[in-house]
Design a protein around this ligand. Structure first.
Ligand code: 13P
Length: 248
């Protein structure tokens, strides 16, 4: 039985004070929750303050990105050791915004996933096609390439979470229909089974892209959708807690 995850990706939003206030409300609203996992991904500047708020709660912390070296002359980068030090359990890797604006390649994503696992951080690996790719009918080819690329050389999936985030659904209000999303989740599951065997049955595959409290119920009802990676709706406590309240 896979335990669901609802993760809030705050992206480049929230000052430290705003982050602390949001984290506090999420903590209060999820007290005693046992049936799933709640994760928040604040900006780097707020990680430590959010950690102080969330200590003793069931809410885990994710970073939104990391570099693939422990330390050194990499101006502006943040290392996995620093993320662990700041209280992160998870790290989002290969988000489509990183791939697009910061030109992250399959190879970079793979190096980051490997380094995260070696450091004891659980990667939430993002994959997903653009609208152009979907219209050309190459969604599965794109997702296949991204999943294989990200996981190249990784022999165990115990700590890996996959997030399917169709690029056309991110921040657009155009959520994938539950069958559209399930088709790709099922494809990813079968791909993982092909590579890793039955252990892949336990991997959580989250859906991301315009998730709200009004559409999560139908999405989470799908066989291979194990939770959500939420952007916009995670920035307001009622939107985020509303999604969590709909989880089974
Ligand atoms: P939205 O929920 O704002 O569409 O963002 C999804 C996302 O990119 C989460 O990582």
């Amino acid at each position: 039985m896979r335990k669901w995850i609802v993760a809030g990706n705050w992206k480049m939003n929230n000052t430290i004070d705003e982050s602390v206030a949001l984290a506090r409300t999420v903590k209060e609203g999820t007290a005693g929750l046992k049936n799933g996992e709640v994760v928040v991904a604040p900006p780097f500047t707020a990680l430590q303050s959010v950690r102080e708020i969330l200590t003793g709660s069931t809410v885990a912390i994710a970073a939104q990105n990391m570099y693939f070296e422990d330390k050194g002359a990499y101006t502006g980068e943040v290392s996995p050791l620093m993320l662990k030090d700041a209280g992160c359990t998870y790290v989002i890797i290969g988000h489509s915004e990183r791939r697009k604006y910061f030109v992250e390649s399959e190879e970079t994503v793979n190096l980051k996933v490997k380094k995260a696992l070696a450091t004891g951080l659980k990667p939430i690996v993002c994959v997903g096609e653009t609208d152009g790719e979907r219209n050309k009918g190459i969604t599965e080819a794109v997702v296949n390439r991204q999943v294989r690329g990200a996981l190249d050389g990784i022999d165990k999936l115990d700590d890996v979470v996959i997030a399917y985030e169709p690029v056309w659904a991110i921040g657009t209000g155009l959520v994938a229909t539950p069958p559209q999303a399930e088709d790709v989740h099922d494809f990813i599951r079968r791909l993982l089974v092909e590579i890793y065997g039955c252990a892949a049955a336990d991997v959580r595959i989250l859906y991301g892209g315009s998730v709200t409290k009004d559409n999560i119920t139908e999405l989470i009802a799908m066989e291979d959708i194990d939770g959500a990676l939420v952007g916009g709706a995670s920035l307001k406590a009622d939107g985020f807690l509303g999604i969590i309240s709909k989880m089974p």
